[in-house]
Design a protein around this ligand. Structure first.
Ligand code: FE
Ligand code: FE
Ligand code: MG
Length: 165
């Protein structure tokens, strides 16, 4: 923990660590949802979907890393055991019980929309209180906005392809 780095935070640091741990749990669950979805996905345009889902899985793991680093900088512990991810998560986990591409894309779009709300809220909370976390949330938000659009355009292409046959 950096003492001065922690001292300049203009809000309750434990509360901030709590918010970051919620986002941290979200990122791991999102990582797994994408990673497993990429293994199971079936249907038209499957190969495009696998590429996109695997890229997003890697991005979510990178986000988990970024959030963990910030939690540790602030003197906190990232959620110590996977079974506690469910207690902390904002966005939950949608298991890929139906591997059809359309269903998987819709599940993941819903997850991205939740993530966008989470980082938007984190930016609002930290805007004046903690520019370091604000900047982190902004970087991640940029990725989540891109993820949502990637999946929605894939879904659009899928619908065009299916409807024009
Ligand atoms: Fe993410
Ligand atoms: Fe994402
Ligand atoms: Mg992408």
């Amino acid at each position: 923990m950096g003492t001065k780095g922690r001292a300049i935070v203009g809000m309750d640091v434990d509360e901030l660590i709590g918010l970051l741990n919620r986002a941290y749990a979200d990122e791991w669950l999102a990582h797994y949802q994408y990673w497993l979805g990429a293994k199971l996905v079936k249907g038209p345009m499957k190969d495009n979907a696998i590429t996109e889902l695997m890229e997003h899985a890697a991005d979510e793991l990178r986000h988990a890393d970024m959030v963990a680093e910030r939690i540790i900088q602030l003197g906190g512990d990232p959620v110590l055991t996977p079974k506690d991810w469910y207690e902390h998560t904002n966005c939950g986990y949608d298991s890929p019980e139906d591997p059809y591409i359309r269903v998987l894309l819709e599940q993941n779009i819903k997850g991205e929309q939740c993530a966008i709300e989470v980082y938007q809220a984190l930016m609002q909370t930290t805007r004046d209180a903690d520019p370091v976390t604000y900047e982190l949330a902004l970087q991640i938000l940029n990725d989540e906005v891109e993820h949502e659009e990637d999946l929605q355009s894939l879904l659009e292409d899928l619908d065009l392809m299916v409807s024009r046959k």
